[in-house]
Design a binder for this molecule. Structure first.
Ligand code: SF4
Length: 694
C-alpha cells in the first residue's frame, strides 16, 4: 500500500445504529467505505445509505462558507461572509431579541445526525438560560420511551437485541417497522434468524419484503394498532397464557387490567382493525408461547393513540415475561463510567441541570415532560409557538424542519415572524424542502466523516465506547458543532461553559474515569470499558417505578388525568367521508435521517421509491390509475403529487406514501391531528382522496 493510501476505523452516523466502518483513503480522498468486520454491531455489514455517503461527501453542492441572506426569505440570494462576521451578527441579534422579547423567544431544534454534539447545543441553551430547546425525539421515538418509563420505570433499550441476543429469539413481531429493510446492516439479523427457524409475524397494511418470508403477514387497517394490542392482551389473560410467576411477583394492577380488557375481545377488535378475530387469537398465542419473543415496533405508532399503543405493547411484553431477558426486551439504560454519563449538558461542576427552566409549551403535555425532563421532545410545542409568532430567533441544526415537522406550506409562512433564523447545514437548498433556503444566516457544517467524535450510544448495549473520527479534511470553511458553539459562547460571554481548546481535550476530560484516552480510541475503533447489558437486573432492586414493579396500572398517569390503563378512544379515529374516502398512511425506508440530506444522493434516489404512492388495485381500477401515472393525493391540509404504483397486497382503503419528502410534507400537519397525550403528530390513518393527474 502506498503512503498516500490508508484504512481508518470510524463509525457511521447516518442513523442511531452507529455501525462500525472502515474508510479507504487514497491521496486524502475517501474512495470507499466498508463495514468493520470486528465491530460488534454490524460485523462487517453496511447498508446502502452508508456506502453512498461517499457520493454525499463529494457532492458539488456542499455549502463551503457562511452566507448571509440579502434577498427576500427563500429567494436564494446570499452574500458570502466570514465566520467572524456571522458570529458577531448572530450574537448581537440574539442579545437584542432576548432583551426585547425575553428568553422564551429563542428556540433551537436539533436532529439526529449531530446527536453526539446535541449535548453541546443543550449545554449552550442551558448556559444562556433559554428554555426552548427541542430535539428530534419529538418526531420520532419519544412517546414510546415515555410509555415505557411509566410502565417499567426506564425505557426499554432501543433495539437492544443486537446480533448476539437475537440468536435466542424464537418469535419476532415486526409491527409496521421497515427496519429490516431500511437498516439491513443491523436488522438483517431478523431475516437470518427466520432462515434458522425463528417465527416472524409481520403486522403491516402492506406486504413488505420481509412479510413475504414471514410466518404470518397480518394486514391491519392503519391507526388501529391499539385495538389489536388490547385484544391480544385480552386473549393472553383469558386463555391464561401469561407468565404467572412474573406477573404475580413483578407487576401491579393485574386484576384491574383483567377487568379493563374484558371488553376488548378479538371480535370487537376485528371490526376496528380488519384483522379476523381468529387471526388475533393466533398472534396472541404465538407471541405468548414462543418466548423469548421480541416486538419490533415502527411507524405503526405515529397516530392519534400513539402513547396508549406504546403502553399496551409494553404491557404485552410484561405479561409474557419478555422483559429484561436476552432475546426479549432489555431494560435500558445503565449509566456509563464517563463524567456525568458523557452528557455534556449536565456538567456537574456547573450545575447546568439545576439551572434549566421548563418551557411553557411543555406544561401542556405533563406526561411527556415529567418523564423526560432532560430532553425536550415536543416538536409540536415549537411549531405551535412558531405559528403563534412567539419564536423570534430559531437555530436549526441537523433537522430539516419543513420535511420533518410539516406542513411544509404552513412552515414557510410560520417562519415569517422569525427575526433570526440560523441554519447549520451541509447543503444549502438545492433539495426541495431544505430549511437552509429560508435562513438569515447559513453556516457550513462538517459531515460525520470530517470531525472527531466520541460515541457513547453503544455503551448501553455492549459496554463499549467507540469513536467516530475524522477520516478526511472538511472542504472550505466547514466547522463542527463544537467549533461553532465554542466560538459563539465566547462572543456571548459564555466562554466559561466551553473551556476546552479542542475536541480531543473535551473527549479526554469526559473519558477520564475510564482511563481510556481519545487517541487510543482513534487507533482501536472501540474500547470495552464495562460489561455488556445483562438480564433480569430488576431482581436486585426491583424496577425503578414507585411500586418497584412493572406498573400495568399507572397511578402516576391517573394523577395526571391520563387513562391509567390503555383505553381505546373511538373519537380519536379520523373518520373517512365522501370527500376523503380513503386512508393516508406513510412508510419510510429509513434512509432520510440527518437533515434528510440523503435525498441529495442520486444513486439512492434511483433505487428507492421515494416519490411513489402505493394504490390498492380496487381504487386504481375505480379511478383509472395505472402504475407510472402521476396522481394527486389530497387531505384537508393540501395536495401532493406522486407517481402511482398499483399494489395488490395492500389494505384496500389505504394509500401509502413515502415519508419525509416535500410532497408528503404538504398533506400532513404537525399540529393537526395529534396524539393528545404525547403531542405527537399523527401521520397515519388520515382521511384522503386520490385522483389521476389529467
Ligand atoms: S444501519 Fe446503515 S445508516 Fe444506520 S448506522 Fe448502520 S450502516 Fe449507517
Amino acid at each position: 500500500m502506498s503512503e498516500t493510501e490508508k484504512f481508518v476505523k470510524t463509525s457511521c452516523k447516518i442513523c442511531r445504529r452507529e455501525c462500525g466502518m472502515i474508510a479507504h483513503i487514497k491521496n486524502g480522498k475517501i474512495i470507499a467505505l466498508y463495514g468493520d468486520p470486528d465491530h460488534p454491531v454490524n460485523k462487517g455489514a453496511l447498508c446502502s445509505k452508508a456506502a453512498a455517503s461517499v457520493q454525499f461527501e463529494y457532492d458539488g453542492n456542499r455549502l463551503l462558507y457562511p452566507l448571509m441572506r440579502v434577498g427576500k426569505r427563500g429567494e436564494g440570494r446570499w452574500r458570502r461572509i466570514s465566520w467572524d462576521e456571522a458570529l458577531d451578527y448572530i450574537a448581537k441579534k440574539l442579545k437584542e431579541i432576548k432583551e426585547k422579547y425575553g428568553p422564551e423567544s429563542i428556540a433551537c431544534h436539533t436532529g439526529c445526525e449531530c446527536e453526539e454534539h446535541v449535548y453541546l447545543d443543550r449545554r449552550f441553551w442551558d448556559a444562556a438560560g433559554w428554555p426552548n430547546f427541542f430535539n428530534g425525539w419529538g418526531v420520532c421515538y419519544a412517546p414510546q420511551a415515555v410509555a415505557q418509563i411509566y410502565t417499567f420505570g426506564v425505557p426499554l433499550s432501543e433495539f437492544t437485541n443486537a446480533f448476539d441476543y437475537w440468536e435466542k429469539t424464537n418469535l419476532f413481531i415486526i409491527w409496521d417497522a421497515k427496519l429490516p429493510e431500511g437498516q439491513p446492516s443491523y436488522m438483517g439479523a431478523v431475516p437470518r434468524r427466520i432462515l434458522d427457524g425463528a417465527k416472524c409475524i409481520v403486522i403491516d397494511p402492506q406486504l413488505t419484503p420481509l412479510a413475504t418470508r414471514a410466518t404470518m403477514w397480518v394486514q391491519i387497517r392503519p391507526n388501529t394498532d391499539l385495538a389489536l394490542a388490547l385484544a391480544m392482551i385480552n386473549v393472553i389473560i383469558n386463555e391464561e397464557l401469561y407468565d404467572k410467576e412474573f406477573v404475580e411477583k413483578w407487576t401491579t394492577g393485574f386484576e384491574k387490567l383483567k377487568e379493563h380488557v374484558s371488553k376488548y375481545t378479538p371480535e370487537w377488535a376485528e371490526k376496528i382493525t380488519d384483522v379476523p378475530a381468529e387471526t388475533i387469537r393466533t398472534i396472541a398465542r404465538e407471541y405468548a408461547q414462543n418466548k423469548p419473543s421480541y416486538i419490533c415496533y415502527g411507524w405503526c405508532c405515529h397516530h392519534t393513540q400513539y402513547f396508549q399503543f406504546a403502553r399496551a405493547y409494553s404491557i404485552l411484553i410484561a405479561l409474557t415475561g419478555n422483559v429484561d431477558i436476552r432475546g426479549g426486551h432489555i431494560l435500558g439504560w445503565p449509566r456509563s463510567p464517563m463524567i456525568d454519563d458523557g452528557f455534556l449538558a449536565f456538567d456537574p461542576r456547573l450545575g447546568l441541570r439545576d439551572k434549566r427552566k421548563i418551557p411553557e409549551v411543555a406544561k401542556e403535555f405533563p406526561a411527556v415532560y415529567e418523564a423526560l425532563k432532560n430532553f425536550t421532545a415536543l416538536a409540536h410545542g415549537l411549531m405551535k409557538m412558531l405559528r403563534q409568532g412567539k419564536v423570534k430567533a430559531l437555530f436549526v441544526d441537523a433537522m430539516n424542519m419543513p420535511l420533518r415537522t410539516p406542513t411544509y406550506n404552513r412552515f414557510v409562512k410560520d417562519i415569517e415572524s422569525v427575526e433570526l433564523l440560523v441554519v447549520f447545514d451541509v447543503y444549502l437548498g438545492e433539495v426541495e424542502g431544505k430549511i437552509a433556503k429560508y435562513a438569515d444566516i447559513v453556516l457550513p457544517a462538517k459531515t460525520f466523516l470530517e470531525r472527531d467524535c466520541l460515541s457513547i450510544q453503544l455503551w448501553h448495549k455492549y459496554g463499549i465506547i467507540h469513536v467516530r473520527q475524522k477520516v478526511v479534511d472538511a472542504p472550505g470553511e466547514c466547522k463542527s458543532n463544537f467549533e461553532f458553539y465554542t466560538m459563539l459562547a465566547k462572543k456571548m460571554g459564555l466562554g466559561e461553559y466551553f473551556p476546552w481548546k479542542n475536541e480531543e481535550e473535551l473527549f479526554d476530560w469526559l473519558l477520564e474515569p475510564t482511563g481510556v484516552k481519545f487517541e487510543r480510541l482513534k487507533k482501536e475503533g472501540y474500547v470495552q470499558v464495562g460489561e455488556p447489558i445483562s438480564e433480569k437486573t430488576y431482581e436486585k432492586e426491583g424496577f425503578p417505578t414507585p411500586s418497584k414493579k412493572v406498573e400495568l396500572y399507572s397511578s402516576i398517569l391517573e394523577k395526571m388525568g391520563v387513562d391509567p390503563l390503555p383505553t381505546w378512544h373511538d373519537e380519536l379515529m379520523l373518520k373517512q367521508d365522501e370527500k376523503y374516502p380513503y386512508i393516508h398512511t406513510s412508510y419510510t425506508p429509513a434512509r432520510q435521517h440527518s437533515w434528510t440530506n440523503w435525498k441529495a444522493v442520486r444513486d439512492l434516489e434511483e433505487v428507492l421509491e421515494q416519490d411513489h404512492a402505493y394504490i390498492p388495485e380496487r381504487i386504481a381500477l375505480e379511478k383509472g390509475i395505472k402504475t407510472g401515472d402521476l396522481v394527486y393525493v389530497e387531505t384537508k391540509h393540501g395536495v401532493a403529487t406522486y407517481k402511482a404504483v398499483v399494489k395488490k397486497y395492500i389494505h384496500p382503503e389505504t394509500i401509502i406514501v413515502s415519508r419525509g419528502n416535500p410532497e408528503q410534507a404538504k398533506i400532513i400537519d404537525i399540529l393537526d391531528p395529534i396524539d393528545p397525550i404525547s403531542s405527537f403528530m399523527a401521520e397515519r390513518g388520515i382521511p384522503c382522496n386520490v385522483r389521476r393527474v389529467q
